[in-house]
Design a protein around this ligand. Structure first.
Ligand SMILES: CC(C)(COP(=O)(O)OP(=O)(O)OC[C@H]1O[C@@H](n2cnc3c(N)ncnc32)[C@H](O)[C@@H]1OP(=O)(O)O)[C@@H](O)C(=O)NCCC(=O)NCCS
Length: 165
């Protein structure tokens, strides 16, 4: 597995990967339609170097992650983290999150906040993120999601070098 910055022409195929990945939890069509806007990889984020992809030796895309800055807080937010359904639980998600953590740590973020899908909460706990509270979903009115924080100054994060097999 290789990690690299996303390329402009990949925005749509990566957005499609996000939708497939999200749908793997069994959400229905109405939920997926309501979530569509929040599952898009934006050109601007690619341009700013905030989108990373994982690919295999053949160049097949295995997952995508991106982040944003939360204004005036010194914190970054994980925007997207989606692994292709066929390669989940093989270390791709952790490797992509390691890449985001490295990028925001290099840019001196104090913490990375994560508004998580409830099905992914165990993954973030395993990574070392702390649960803060339930917070409103950006995409679905009335839905709440677990909010996590990864404190970067304390060196949290797995730092794992485990690779996709
Ligand atoms: C959540 C997700 C990103 C995790 O990526 P992944 O590549 O499957 O996870 P990894 O193989 O890197 O797992 C790292 C560790 O977390 C654990 N883990 C992974 N997914 C987990 C889950 N859903 N619940 C509990 N633990 C989980 C793994 O067992 C592994 O543990 P280990 O260190 O003991 O080996 C991926 O399953 C995914 O894309 N899901 C669908 C979309 C989604 O919900 N994304 C998150 C949006 S907030």
């Amino acid at each position: 597995m290789r990690l690299r910055a996303a390329r402009f022409h990949e925005a749509e195929v990566l957005s499609e990967l996000c939708r497939r990945s999200k749908a793997s939890w069994g959400y229905d069509a109405a939920f997926m339609a309501a979530s569509a806007a929040s599952l898009r990889v934006e050109f601007e984020a690619i341009e700013r170097g905030r989108v990373f992809v994982a690919e295999d030796e053949a160049g097949e895309l295995l997952g995508v992650a991106s982040y944003e800055w939360l204004q005036a807080t010194g914190a970054a937010e994980l925007d997207l983290l989606f692994v292709a359904p066929g390669v989940m639980r093989k270390g791709v998600g952790r490797a992509l999150l390691d890449r985001v953590v490295a990028a925001v740590t290099a840019a001196r973020a104090r913490r990375l906040v994560i508004l998580a899908d409830p099905n992914a909460a165990g993954f973030y706990r395993r990574y070392g993120a702390a649960y803060l509270c339930d917070a409103p979903s950006d995409a679905i009115p009335g839905r709440t999601l677990p909010l996590f924080s990864l404190e970067l100054a304390s060196g949290a994060g797995s730092g794992s070098s485990r690779s996709y097999a």
